[in-house]
Write a protein that binds this ligand. Structure first.
Ligand code: ATP
Length: 283
């Protein structure tokens, strides 16, 4: 039996760090939406009771460290499944980029195994299972647009943004989310206006959205990697009305309503930044 599942990237419309918890993790509030840049996951049942991962990537391991592997093992354990699965990952999303690449692969495996093995597990249960593996996984299980709270495990659906094009620009560096959160000083953190972003989504107000997207981690990542600021500046100069770093970075996105304008921005970033994509909002 074979099942294919698309694993799309996310971008943060907002990312706020609210407080540090006693266990060292942070309480966050993140509004995320889904874009059409996706890994492809192929799942094949195998008779042996094990999980295999195959992928071609210089940056991602194909063993038990892979989040897709962890998701499959967690699924098998929780539901006492003794058959196995071979997971083939075609990696398209840049790694350690702030686009949730590993999390979306894990989420796609949870959704995909539910289908492959006809389990009929409710999506809330899959999201809860995912939250034990990573804070962006519950959001990725649902996809579309939503706000993640707590450690990322509480998800509330939000209306998708008004349609736009997204230019993604990633400098030639990877950023570890753990390292960036390790540098958070709650006395210095700046907070985005999350409510204004939510209002913009309900009102379908693109200008309001552009004016209020914000990311508490931007200052930390840009102080370590100033090239992120240069890309933001270039994106603005090229005419993107909304520009922000996604997640813990380093990918910067620009959002634009018209395709022709997005194409121009994409072209001007191309010569400036090693990895640039022009993709549609899935929302
Ligand atoms: P986020 O935005 O959720 O913080 P990210 O996009 O910054 O995540 P990922 O691409 O998910 O980062 O990669 C982070 C780390 O996870 C890398 O060190 C990578 O090797 C590891 N990893 C494990 N499994 C995967 C996977 N299936 N795809 C990508 N990275 C994976």
């Amino acid at each position: 039996m074979t099942h294919f599942e698309k694993a799309p990237a996310k971008i943060n419309l907002s990312l706020d760090v609210l407080s540090k918890r006693d266990d060292g993790y942070h309480n966050v509030e993140m509004i995320m939406t889904t874009v059409d840049l996706a890994d492809r996951i192929e799942l094949n049942t195998i008779e042996e009771d094990r999980v295999e991962v195959s992928l071609w990537s210089r940056y991602v391991p194909n063993d038990e460290r892979n989040l897709a592997y962890k998701a499959a093992m967690a699924f098998k354990k929780k539901y006492n499944i003794t058959k196995g699965v071979h997971i083939k990952i075609e990696k398209v999303i840049p790694v350690s980029a702030g686009l949730g690449g590993g999390s979306t692969d894990a989420a796609a495996v949870l959704r995909g195994l539910n289908q492959l093995w006809n389990m009929n597990i409710p999506i809330e249960e899959l999201a809860a299972l995912g939250s034990s593996l990573g804070s962006d996984i519950p959001f990725c299980v649902y996809g579309s647009t939503g706000i993640a709270k707590g450690f990322g495990e509480v998800i509330e659906k939000l209306p998708p943004p008004p349609p736009f094009w997204v230019v993604l620009a990633k400098p030639d560096i990877g950023v570890s989310t753990k390292t960036i959160f390790g540098q958070v000083n709650m006395d210095e953190i700046t907070h985005p206006n999350t409510q204004a972003v939510i209002d913009a989504l309900f009102e379908q107000d693109f200008s309001k959205l552009c004016a209020n997207i914000g990311n508490s981690l931007e200052r930390i990542t840009t102080s370590i990697h100033p090239e992120v600021l240069r890309i933001k500046e270039k994106m603005r100069q090229a005419g993107a009305p909304g520009v922000l770093m996604s997640g813990s970075g380093p990918t910067v996105y620009g959002i634009v309503e018209q395709h022709s304008k997005a194409k121009r921005i994409y072209n001007s970033l191309k010569g400036f930044c090693p990895e640039v994509y022009l993709v549609r909002l899935i929302g």
